[in-house]
Write a protein that binds this ligand. Structure first.
Ligand code: V0V
Ligand code: CO
Length: 140
């Protein structure tokens, strides 16, 4: 069902500072930046590696406002890993298959994600406390 880990989403207070840290400490390179109003985030994708089924990234997330998903997470838990995004060949099919197993879908239909991807979230309470994102990239 899953092709790879597409990205790990990391919540932070200051996107520019965190980009600088990942660049200078790990040598990672920003390949995309976007403000996503629907998701309430300003985000950057940093390329980690390429594999047979596509690339993997770290996604740094700064909230646009305190009552957004990432804003609430930061105030409750502080900075850290926010979600895992798995690459899937067909996000609508993955949503149907996983939803049929009783996992709550946060999104009723796929949403716009970073770099033109179609994304959907699964509720963390049904995935052992891990907010899980399904990612169908626009590159195949
Ligand atoms: C909240 N909870 C989490 C969590 N966020 N658990 C694990 N990981 C997280 N990231 C827990 C929280 O501790 C509470 O547990 C419970 O869920 C309810 O949380 P809440 O603070 O009351 O918040 P809600 O219910 O209003 O919202 C939580 C959900 C929300 C997960 C439903 O954050 C959401 O819809 N997330 C999906 C959208 C999103 O995260 N977008 C930002 C990334 P207790 O304390 O009751 O036990 S956008 C992105 O990744 C993009 C664009 C991309 O990849 O391209
Ligand atoms: Co994400």
């Amino acid at each position: 069902m899953f092709l790879r880990i597409d990205h790990v989403g990391i919540a932070c207070h200051n996107l520019e500072e965190k980009i600088e840290f990942y660049e200078s400490t790990f040598g990672l390179v920003v390949v995309s930046r976007e403000v996503n109003q629907e998701q309430g985030v300003k985000e950057a994708m940093l390329h980690v590696a390429d594999g047979d089924s596509g690339a993997s990234y770290v996604q740094l997330l700064e909230p646009l406002h305190p009552d957004s998903a990432v804003g609430k997470y930061l105030s409750k838990r502080g900075e850290g890993v926010h979600h895992i995004g798995y690459g899937v060949p067909d996000v609508a099919k993955a949503m149907a298959d996983i939803g049929a197993k009783g996992v709550r879908l946060i999104d009723e239909r796929p949403r716009h994600g970073s770099m033109g991807a179609s994304i959907a979230f699964l509720h963390p309470k049904d995935v052992g406390g891990v907010l899980t994102e399904l990612v169908e990239t626009s590159r195949h």
